[in-house]
Design a protein around this ligand. Sequence first.
Ligand code: NAP
Length: 270
Amino acid sequence: MVRWSSVETQKSFVAITGASRGLGRCIALQFGAKFPPDSGLVLMARNLEALESVKSEMISQSLNVKIVVRQYDQGNTEDADYFNDIFTDLLSTNNISPSDFEQFMIVHNCANIGDVSKHSLELSDAKFVQKYFDVNLTGMILLNTSFFRTFSDSTKARVVVNMTSAVTSTPLPTMHLYCAGKASRDMFMRVLAVEDPSLRILTFAPGASDTDGTRGIEANSRSKPLIETLKQLRNNGKITFPETPISKLVQILEENSFENAVYVESDKLF
Ligand SMILES: NC(=O)c1ccc[n+]([C@@H]2O[C@H](COP(=O)([O-])OP(=O)(O)OC[C@H]3O[C@@H](n4cnc5c(N)ncnc54)[C@H](OP(=O)(O)O)[C@@H]3O)[C@@H](O)[C@H]2O)c1
């Protein structure tokens, strides 16, 4: 069985979703500094300008990897070909081939927190709920399938990083959709791991980090206890800069001793 063989040695093709800001931006910067020259990093999100700005930041740090930005809406599940063709298009547009690389990685980082201004029993808009799961579950599954159809050579190392959260086992008020979506994704990855042991799958929870996501919960949640919990985490220095959990993520990948699709956390929150 081919195993992941460390970020620093193998020429790799890496796709990162939600790379325009927050933890995803930080993953792009830290991975860009770790992977060997001629590796390819694809930065994906809706905001092209923000992606270009992350790319410029990476170039200004003299990173030797090839950086491609790809505008991408993970909620675009109505167009069947949108996900099917995404990586084949990307390879042909950039004149690269899977044979140019020794290993392949996809980082499923894109997510949103849902409508935290509502409690569970106020969720009555089917389209809104469906859209949430389109972005946070269905789109992730379709992108994952597309990635491994394009990068299908199982004699090479193929890796998934599934960005998860402590909320998969700790229910938090007003975070109904987020908790349910993250728990579903984790189980999807566990099934994938038993079906295809040739894949290396890291399910990684970054702890609480200071991003638009966290600030959105603090600003909009209807739950005073949840806002109080976040306030306490802030006061106790438990809300980190993104660099801290992402350094830990890189370290875990380098050590390569994690169990496939088993929950690993950067910092114990609850
Ligand atoms: N921050 C934390 O404390 C924390 C804790 C546990 C887990 N996590 C997980 O870590 C990951 C990153 O979190 P974060 O806090 O950095 O999030 P964030 O600041 O809200 O950033 C979310 C990213 O996802 C992208 N995105 C959102 N909707 C999208 C869509 N429809 N299509 C494509 N891209 C989309 C956004 O880019 P565009 O808007 O440009 O599309 C952005 O780059 C998430 O999976 C989150 O659940 C975060």
